[in-house]
Design a protein around this ligand. Structure first.
Ligand code: 5GP
Ligand code: MN
Length: 336
């Protein structure tokens, strides 16, 4: 049995909110990952089976590796259709905000979310939730929002509504937010949940293959190039990798091609912090990972307008690649 997660008061309130709602909208963070998409699709599946009218709206496009999830292509992309999405959000009576802790994380959608009249429920696992929601269900100790959603569904005795598609979505989020259960993954409830999800007929090996181990020649070459030519090991066990737009274009970069790259240097003995800088148009996307007691979310928030988890965070730098790297190098001593 999975242990209960939310308090009795949260359970009562959430039950009432779900009971009353008709038009539900589920939203998640920009650059949606497996956890954002997985938790959203699972919640939509369950609520739809309960007779609710449910839409999922994401700020921008899904990574290709996640499109296999049932219902992923029905997700509305705000960036592509703002007018329709604004309508959908404005018509919602209940708005679930999944896998993010502050309005800034939904990018262009921020105003629509903050101003929506709907009752807002946050379900998330990032520290320091800001108070833009009416009900805040925030459990930073949980490894993924997908596990949190599954635990809540189970606690509300709605788990009979979890079929194979919902189970696949939950498993995908649990897997991606733990690097296929290689970090943040010592909670025994994770494996109780997986066992229950397997009973719904999911093929976890196939999901791993589709999401984490599907490559193209260009993707493999780009990642090899990044490690062999662009990785720099700094003092104090910090690895940095930079990829400029020109380099990305040279390997016909597609969204998601550098997923997981930032984790690679952590396998090197003595490396505790890994930072990957990817040049986007007008800014540099920064991904940070660490092992043990190195809180990279502090670096993300202090230097790169970002945040995240202690061992996995991200942010953005509005300036050149060399300034982004320089900023870290100038502050390196503070963080090692
Ligand atoms: P990734 O490096 O995979 O883009 O992000 C890793 C984690 O860092 C995400 O799950 C999210 O928690 C956090 N994160 C990534 N980018 C940002 C950002 O721009 N702002 C904040 N606050 N968190 C971010
Ligand atoms: Mn997450």
């Amino acid at each position: 049995m999975l242990s209960n997660i939310i308090s009795e008061q949260e359970q009562l309130l959430l039950t009432k909110v779900i009971e009353k709602s008709k038009n539900v909208v589920v939203v998640a963070h920009t650059a949606p990952d497996g956890d954002a998409v997985g938790s959203s699709l699972a919640l939509r599946g369950v609520l739809t089976k309960m007779g609710k009218n449910v839409e999922v709206v994401m700020p921008d496009a899904l990574p290709k590796s996640i499109i296999f999830l049932q219902g992923a292509t029905d997700i509305k992309i705000y960036k592509d259709n703002q007018e329709e999405c604004n309508q959908i959000i404005a018509n919602a009576d209940t708005l679930f905000c999944l896998d993010f802790n502050e309005p800034k994380r939904v990018d262009l959608m921020q105003n629509a979310i903050v101003e929506a009249k709907a009752y807002k429920v946050m379900i998330d696992h990032h520290i320091n939730p800001s108070d833009f929601c009416d009900l805040i269900i925030s459990y930073p100790l949980l490894s993924s929002t997908s596990l949190l959603v599954y635990k809540i569904i189970s606690q509300l005795s709605l788990d009979k509504m979890v079929g194979k598609p919902e189970a696949e979505a939950i498993y995908t989020g649990m897997m991606t937010d733990t690097g296929n259960f290689s970090y943040n993954s010592n909670d025994s409830d994770i494996y109780i949940a997986i066992s229950q999800l397997l009973q719904r007929g999911i093929d976890k090996d196939e999901i791993y293959k589709i999401v984490c181990n599907t490559s193209t020649i260009n993707k493999l070459k780009l990642n090899s190039y990044a490690i062999s030519e662009k990785m720099e090991i700094l003092e104090g066990g910090v690895a940095i990798i930079t990829l400029s737009r020109g380099e990305l274009n040279h390997y016909s970069y597609q969204k998601g091609d550098t997923e997981g790259l930032v984790n690679q240097p952590l396998g090197i003995e003595g490396v505790n912090i890994s930072i990957f800088y990817r040049e986007e148009s007008g800014y540099v996307k920064v991904s940070l990972r660490s092992v043990g007691e190195y809180p990279v979310n502090i670096i993300a928030s202090e230097l790169y307008n970002g945040g995240g988890h202690k061992n996995a965070s991200g942010g953005e730098f509005f300036g050149t690649m060399s300034d982004a790297v320089e900023l870290f190098k100038n502050n390196l001593k503070k963080y090692i």
